[in-house]
Design a protein around this ligand. Structure first.
Ligand code: XBP
Ligand code: MG
Length: 263
């Protein structure tokens, strides 16, 4: 994979397991801080994850709550208040280093730098959440490592809509086959596919068994060479995480023209 190509990172679930122990916990703290009796347990939160965007997720859940405001304007206002509080609490939480990067993530980022492969972020989470997480792990100047950063606020429609990926490609000035997306979830993978981008799925905790269609490859995480479909190329050191050569080998299997000499 050469310098004209790009690795596009999803954030929640892909760079770190932020949902169950991050956003969910912060939402529950925000409910409490706002005097609301609502709580999201792990199973319910997993169900709610099919709605992308924290504020949208909350509005969806309110439809089942008899004690939620009846008027749409009041409901929207409450959702915005709780969501803003949640984001502040989430930043506090990840700002203590509670949530590590997923295995293999850091190594792939370093490899991208070493080989001149540009990186982008295409996420439906809020910019403040991305900043809090990345700042802890990569330092205050983390954003300089990414050629483009597209967050929830930057698009009108969140994943599985392709808008975040389309904007990322536009800002990088490349076509979809010059990029590869790394995602963890069905809606995320669908967003990348709808933009025409080959996608590698590193399944996160909530999506270990979910059917995911159209991925270039899917597996348990970059940290391991086992459990991938299609299987990883042989001959590499079994202790090495999934890297750019593996991604290129997967790409070559389905689209030889996208590989090799195009670098
Ligand atoms: C996953 C999401 C986000 C987070 C919460 O984003 O759907 O909504 O759950 O973040 P990603 P916000 O595309 O990174 O997987 O509360 O900021 O929306
Ligand atoms: Mg995700």
């Amino acid at each position: 994979m050469g310098a004209r190509k790009a690795v596009l990172w999803d954030v929640d679930g892909t760079i770190a397991e932020t949902e169950r122990d991050g956003h969910r916990v912060a939402f529950n703290r925000a409910f409490e801080a706002c005097g609301l009796p609502w709580r999201w347990d792990e199973a319910l939160y997993g169900d709610l994850l099919h709605i992308t965007g924290g504020c949208e997720r909350l509005l969806h859940d309110m439809q089942t709550r008899p004690d939620a405001p009846v008027l749409p304007t009041a409901r929207d206002a409450l959702a915005r208040t709780v969501h803003a509080k949640k984001n502040a609490l989430y930043a506090d939480l990840v700002g203590t280093g509670l949530i590590p990067l997923r295995g293999g993530v850091s190594k792939l980022m370093v490899q991208c730098h070493a080989r001149g492969v540009r990186m982008g972020i295409a996420t439906t989470t809020s910019r403040s959440n991305v900043d809090a997480l990345m700042r802890w792990h990569l330092g205050a100047s983390w954003a300089q490592q990414f050629s483009v950063i597209v967050c929830g606020e930057d698009v009108e429609r969140k994943k599985p809509d392709p808008a975040a990926y389309v904007q990322t490609l536009q800002r990088l000035g490349i076509g979809p086959l010059e990029a590869v997306a790394i995602e963890d979830s069905p809606p995320g993978a669908a967003g990348a596919r709808a933009a025409g981008i080959p996608v590698i799925v590193t399944r996160s905790a909530y999506f270990e068994q979910s059917p995911i269609e159209g991925a270039l490859a899917a597996g348990p995480g970059l940290h391991t060479r086992r459990g991938w479909w299609p299987a990883l190329r042989t001959g590499a050191d079994e202790r090495e995480p999934v890297g750019l050569d593996d991604i290129e080998a997967w790409r070559a299997e389905v689209n030889p023209a996208a590989c090799g000499t195009a670098e």
